[in-house]
Write a protein that binds this ligand. Structure first.
Ligand SMILES: Nc1ncnc2c1ncn2[C@@H]1O[C@H](COP(=O)(O)OP(=O)(O)OP(=O)(O)O)[C@@H](O)[C@H]1O
Length: 586
């Protein structure tokens, strides 16, 4: 119960700015609930007048008008309550979504990567939607469905206390089945959450891997992870339904059980003339039925546990730690140093072991090494996507942990191996939400050797990316990414060079763009091409998470075994290749 209260408090706190809508809808729900009494009172008056022989046309008219008006007013109140609660709920949902997205943008990448993509998608989409159920439906409806029967009970209690209490007998039995249903399905509801996460992430994998699936002529059934996730979800729902079914039926039957108790008891009292005929009929008609008004509560209760679990999931993301504090003054000197850095992604396998390197200000430093040796990991640590396990990373002698995280990221431009373009205009894809003029963007694109390609598009910089004419090649995407870095103009540049081969013309353009970009920057490159590496001021050789060599190209050829092998292979392949952009990676 304490846990339920805690989660409800959190949820209501999220809705606090829109509480006026929600509270008002609860109030209207309450009034609508009270009005349930009117038809029942009408029935009693009708029976009374029939038995006392006082029924007149006038009474009949008044009764029918009051019952009709009460139904109309009840309907109107309920409609307004629903409109208000939905307004409050969707305002709140919007704010929670905004809060989540802005929090996620501040969370270090490593923390986010620890969650699977399907889980995040489910939280942002399905879990947030579940809160709507509670705010827009549960709150006003629970109040209405409880107030109505309660008001009728008070009315019956006034008419005949003993019989009114007897009408309550089915209630504990019915609730027993409801509680049993929650208990029996509780663990499965938690399990269904995990299964939904898994289904979501396999679905994302399935869609992302569609090209592979098609190229190997695989069918959806051959993507077994997705198939299994679908089966698992369907198996769980069948299980939950089989538990819910009998409990749901028992609840419904027992809530309508009143007549069975009232006929013998109220009947005996009537025969013994303890109660009047009108009271007898009132209890047969109303006393046995009014509890059925709470039947929708069962369904609401069924969803309630899912709402609570969604609150937990949203909280999990909001509780992900963000880097706070630190200096807003970025160091003047941009030399980057790694001092005794150790790092592991999982806490088990060490990916980087006692790394001591320095990347000098204004110079180009390349990191080379076999696949999986930890090159990209080093880049990620400089941008603080992850924090080191031990040791320290300094920029201008200042530990990066003491620099404000946004300031740090503002001073680092990253050109990734895989480039990401959104379905927006080319302009927006380059400015990435920042304020730049078209002239500034064009200037950056000219330096990145991509302006001519964009100017040939149907709407030039306003062309929507992803349409028929705007599918950029890998090389063009890379140049767009370089244009972004030009615009950002950060003093430190991190470049994860693409491993895939591009045609010589594209490669030449990329080389020109990069050489323009490198000017005056502190550059750290994970390099795969000899053409990039040989010109670097410093080359760091990384093997199995350890630095095995540092020097210039000509020094490493003679003193580093891995590097000299790579060089030999390159020389061998040079005779068979067609251009400068040859891959020399193992
Ligand atoms: N997010 C992650 N979680 C767990 N392990 C990871 C993660 N990213 C990388 N690794 C592991 O860390 C090791 C180093 O990866 P990294 O990407 O740094 O290597 P790399 O030298 O850049 O490789 P490549 O040249 O193939 O890109 C690999 O064994 C990889 O499987």
């Amino acid at each position: 119960m304490k846990e339920i209260n805690r989660r409800l408090k959190i949820l209501l706190n999220w809705a606090k700015e829109d509480k006026k809508y929600i509270y008002l809808s609860i109030l209207l729900g309450f009034l609508a609930g009270l009005l349930i009494m009117v038809p029942y009172m009408g029935i009693y008056n009708l029976i009374n007048t029939i038995y006392t022989g006082t029924l007149t046309k006038d009474i009949l008219l008044k009764l029918s008008i009051s019952v009709s008006v009460s139904i109309l007013v009840r309907y109107t109140l309920f409609t307004i309550a629903e409109i208000l609660s939905h307004k409050g709920a969707y305002n709140t949902l919007f704010k929670i979504r905004k809060k989540l997205i802005s929090h996620m943008s501040e969370v270090p990448l490593g923390e986010l990567n620890s969650k699977n993509r399907g889980e995040i998608k489910k939280i942002l989409n399905e879990d947030i939607e579940k809160l709507e159920l509670f705010l827009a439906h549960h709150l006003p409806e629970v109040v209405m469905y409880l107030t109505g029967p309660l008001a009728v009970f008070v009315y019956l209690f006034n008419v005949n206390m003993g019989l009114a209490l007897i009408t309550l007998i089915p209630l504990p039995i019915a609730f027993y089945f409801q509680v049993k249903m929650f208990k029996d399905t509780g663990n499965y509801i938690l399990e269904i959450n995990d299964v939904s996460n898994n289904l979501n992430s396999t679905m994302i994998e399935y869609i992302t891997g569609m090209r592979l699936i098609k190229s190997y002529n695989m069918t959806s059934s051959s993507f077994s992870k997705y198939k299994e996730a679908c089966h698992e979800k369907s198996r769980l729902w069948k299980k939950i339904s089989s538990i819910m079914g009998p409990n749901f039926a028992s609840f419904t039957i027992f809530i309508e059980f009143g007549l069975l108790i009232l006929i013998p008891i109220a009947g005996t009292l009537f025969l013994k003339e303890v109660i009047s005929p009108s009271i007898f009929i009132l209890f047969l008609l109303v006393g046995s039925l009014y509890l059925t008004e709470i039947r929708p509560l069962l369904e609401i209760g069924g969803h309630f546990s899912q709402v609570l679990s969604s609150v937990d999931k949203i909280e999990e993301i909001l509780n992900l730690e963000v880097f706070v504090g630190g200096s807003n003054n970025f160091p003047q000197n941009n030399t980057i140093e790694f001092n005794k850095v150790n790092f592991s992604y999982t806490g088990e396998e060490k990916i980087l072991k006692n790394i001591n390197i320095s990347i000098n200000e204004g110079q180009r430093t390349a990191i080379v090494g076999p696949s999986g040796s930890g090159k990209s990991t080093i880049l990620g640590l400089v941008a603080r996507f992850y924090d080191v396990d031990s040791g320290e990373i300094l920029i201008g002698k200042e530990n990066i942990k003491s620099i404000d995280y946004t300031t740090l990221l503002e001073n680092i431009a990253i050109v990734f191996q895989k480039n990401f373009l959104t379905k927006e205009s080319v302009f927006k894809n380059i400015t990435m939400g920042k304020d730049y003029t078209l002239e500034e963007v064009r200037e950056a694109c000219k330096k990145a050797q991509i302006d001519d390609v964009i100017m040939k598009l149907p709407d030039q910089y306003d062309t929507l990316v992803g349409g028929h004419d705007t599918r950029f090649s890998g090389g063009e995407q890379q140049r767009i990414s370089i244009a972004r870095a030009f615009l950002k103009d950060a003093p430190i540049l991190i470049l994860d060079e693409a491993t895939s081969n591009t045609d010589p013309e594209n490669q030449e353009k990329i080389n020109i763009a990069l050489n323009n970009l490198f000017i005056g920057k502190t550059v750290i490159i994970v390099a795969h091409r000899l053409s990039t590496i040989v010109d670097c001021d410093k080359i760091i050789v990384l093997e199995n998470g350890e630095v095995t060599g540092v020097g210039k190209h000509h020094e490493l050829i003679s003193k580093n075994k891995y590097y000299s092998q790579v060089w030999d292979k390159y020389k061998l392949s040079r005779d068979f290749s067609y251009g400068k952009g040859d891959i020399v990676e193992e």
